[in-house]
Design a protein around this ligand. Structure first.
Ligand SMILES: [Zn+2]
Length: 161
């Protein structure tokens, strides 16, 4: 058992391909006005680096362009919830947030909903994500966060699944 636990703590996790597709779509436009100059001479929009931690809870953290998503979030959320979570973390990066507070969280919720919508996912349905998240001094009540997401217009004939 000890060896198995150690493996869980030290392994780095790859996203399932269906989840990788969600990430790719949400970050596809890259950060506006930020370009990466690649070794092969091509120029691409800047994109965040997304890694998966061993944690089995539903959590994610954005440190600038480095975003960590828990293994639990990558496996337990439905696609719309996952797209909203990725959009939220990417939004922190876009918005240049360096600290977590209620204002920043609600801004990231709104922009994250917009990014998830542009990527083809349904942020209204994804708002059930907030049932997993707790409020605190830096994070608003789940109901406020659901409202911030639902205030973002997103009308598509079809959403991706
Ligand atoms: Zn946040």
């Amino acid at each position: 058992m000890g060896a198995a636990v150690l493996m869980v703590l030290t392994a780095s996790f790859a996203l399932a391909s269906s989840r990788q597709e969600v990430v790719s779509r949400v970050v596809a436009s890259g950060m506006p006005d930020c370009l990466s100059y690649l070794e092969d001479g091509t120029v691409q929009p800047c994109r965040p680096a997304i890694s998966v931690t061993a944690a089995l809870d539903i959590s994610a953290v954005s440190k600038g362009a480095e975003i960590e998503i828990s293994r639990g979030a990558s496996q337990r959320l439905n696609k719309d919830e996952f797209a909203l979570l990725v959009g939220h973390e990417v939004a922190h990066w876009y918005l240049g947030h360096s600290a977590s507070n209620v204002t920043n969280e609600l801004e990231a919720d709104a922009l994250g909903a917009s990014l998830a919508c542009q990527a083809g996912y349904n942020p209204q349905r994804g708002a059930s994500l907030f049932r997993f998240l707790t409020a605190g001094t830096t994070h608003p009540e789940p109901e406020m966060r659901r409202n911030a997401v639902k205030a973002v217009p997103c009308f598509k004939a079809q959403y991706l699944h």
